[in-house]
Design a protein around this ligand. Sequence first.
Ligand code: ADP
Ligand code: MG
Length: 285
Amino acid sequence: MQRIVVLNPKGGSGKTTIAINLASYLASRGHRPVLMDFDPQGSSVRWAKKRQPAQPPIPVIAAFEKDSRTTRSFQLRVPDDATHVIVDTPAAVEPRQLPDITRDAHKILVPVLPSDIDIHTCSRCIGDLLLVAKIRRDENRIGVIANRVRRNTLMYQALIRFLHTLGIPIVAIIRDSQNYVRAAEHGIGVHEMKSYLARSDVEQWAPLVSWLTGEPDGTLSPRGTAAAPGQEAPGEGAPESGDAAQDAQEPPVAAQPPRAAQPPGPNADVPAPADEIIAAAVPAL
Ligand SMILES: Nc1ncnc2c1ncn2[C@@H]1O[C@H](COP(=O)(O)OP(=O)(O)O)[C@@H](O)[C@H]1O
Ligand SMILES: [Mg+2]
């Protein structure tokens, strides 16, 4: 069973969106993911409860609830047949909590938005993961996701430059797309929408999946189909013209293989220049 933690102390960076769409991806391919929601806002719990009987079930654990009638470990128990546990975390996780949150995590996904404030918060978060949670780069457990990206903007270029300096792989570049908003409203992910509506979004998950699995082709031994028929969100219309216009300019992500695809080099645990950048960006370190 693989445990994947989605983390970034900044609210609105896309933690829940990444967590539920990853769960949707895995479930639509015949795996048995479980969502564990530590955020008192309960967005992942609400999403999972919206799923229809025709959709592959995704059990969800409301880990943010404190239930005095049962032990904590009983409350957090995962079904025996689960293949993946995807942990959605709240905003404002404190650095001292990171060792506990990340201890058993096989992979830690850090979504970041292309904005100055978010880049700064992300640098702080990565710094805390390296220095407080003591995760080494050569463990290849941390992956950054550039989220809500609009290519050909200066902020996007600044974000990508910043991510490259971190010495942490960029495991996906996810565009800003109303499909994420529409899918979430209906308890599904983009992977369960009609493929002609969400193809551009679905394609962007391939590098992330190959990083999670270590398989270069971006597949997860699919047992189901990419988009189960009849599972599109009701009332789906054509993609917004903004999205379509963006697609026209966008090369597929595969044309820019993320650094995640590369195995750690011989100098992987030699401190990267990123430490200096993190230190400069984060006065507290
Ligand atoms: N790639 C995306 N494209 C469009 N909207 C997005 C995208 N990622 C997130 N959002 C929207 O941004 C808002 C915040 O995302 P959310 O996943 O709830 O962030 P977090 O869990 O980090 O607080 C939500 O309304 C979500 O639908
Ligand atoms: Mg959330």
